[in-house]
Design a protein around this ligand. Structure first.
Ligand code: SIN
Length: 306
């Protein structure tokens, strides 16, 4: 049986639903010796900001039971160096190239998009990070406020015809409100979820392990939480959703598709096995064959609740 793994997220077509999550896959080139990148649905870059950022003081990553906490602080080379040093490799890829952008205010995001316009023909979509829990200004502040999410999305919508993916925080009581705000602002796609705020303690030293005290919790433990958030979003908006949270196996991907995601991003798993994203694509095909599913898209939103 021929298995068709392709999915459409509005005008963004993917050969399969497996993307890599921002901040867990560098600028993609770092993983090219472990993964045939062209077998993926696409790659999502680290968050790119207006100016280079060194990130937060150490420790910035700590493994905890069933997951990981990070407080990277959006460390990246900045948009100028990104265009100069990272785009040449990205433009050689056949899979979808999604550039994640971040900032501390609307003007920052606008400035990044303005610069990226010069290489936009080699970019398939933008993911707008409105959800980083680790920087004082920016995502953490305005990503929780539906009005700010609306304003940011609207401002960026006016600047590009490329698909605009808005990445949402789960650290709110009503993620549907954020999704609706992004939809009204002109987003094409939502991605959910970014990390949950968490804290790890060094008991001997009586100190937090992370330099910023709290960080973003990710990994297998958050999968049920993320599935519930995607399900909640699915009821609130009509936009395609990219599900993120604790995906390590093909079965995890299928769970996200059933609750209404059209694609997924693999994140923390890349730290455990740098070749896992491609393995998940292989495994997805086998799972579909075993289940007698010829078109994976038929599973999207097919969860039966009654
Ligand atoms: C970070 O750089 O601190 C993590 C990015 C994010 O959670 O959006």
């Amino acid at each position: 049986m021929e298995i068709d793994l392709s999915v459409d997220l509005g005008s963004l077509n993917l050969a399969n639903p497996v993307l890599t999550a921002s901040g867990t896959f560098g600028y993609a080139q770092e993983f090219s010796e472990f993964v045939n990148l062209n077998r993926l649905g696409g790659v999502v870059t680290k968050s790119i900001t207006r100016y280079p950022r060194p990130g937060n003081p150490p420790h910035r990553i700590v493994e905890v039971s069933c997951g990981m906490l990070n407080s990277i602080g959006l460390a990246n080379v900045g948009v100028d160096a990104f265009i100069r040093e990272k785009m040449p490799f990205l433009r050689t890829l056949q899979c979808r190239k999604i550039v994640n952008i971040a900032g501390e205010c609307i003007e920052d995001y606008v400035a990044v998009l303005e610069k990226l316009a010069s290489v936009e023909e080699d970019i398939d979509a933008y993911e707008v990070n409105l959800s980083c829990p680790n920087v004082k200004e920016g995502g953490r502040t305005f990503g929780k406020d539906p009005e700010q999410v609306f304003k940011m999305t609207r401002a960026l919508r006016q600047m590009t015809g490329k698909p605009l993916i808005v990445k949402l925080t789960p650290n709110v009581s009503d993620i549907g409100e954020l999704g609706k705000a992004a939809e009204e602002g002109g987003a094409d796609i939502l991605s959910a979820v970014n990390t949950f705020v968490g804290l790890a303690v060094d008991v001997e030293r009586r100190r937090p392990i992370l330099g910023t005290v709290t960080g973003g919790f990710s990994g297998p433990a958050i999968k049920p939480l993320a599935l519930a958030k995607v399900w909640e979003l699915r009821q609130a908006v009509d936009l395609p959703i990219i599900g993120i949270g604790g995906i390590f196996r093909a079965n995890d991907v299928l769970e996200f598709l059933l609750v209404g995601a059209s694609a997924v991003q693999v994140g923390t798993a890349n730290f455990v096995d740098p070749s896992i994203s491609e393995k998940i694509v292989d495994e997805l095909e086998q799972s579909c064959r075993r289940m007698g599913i010829s078109r994976i898209r038929d599973l999207i939103g097919a969860l039966e609740t009654t």
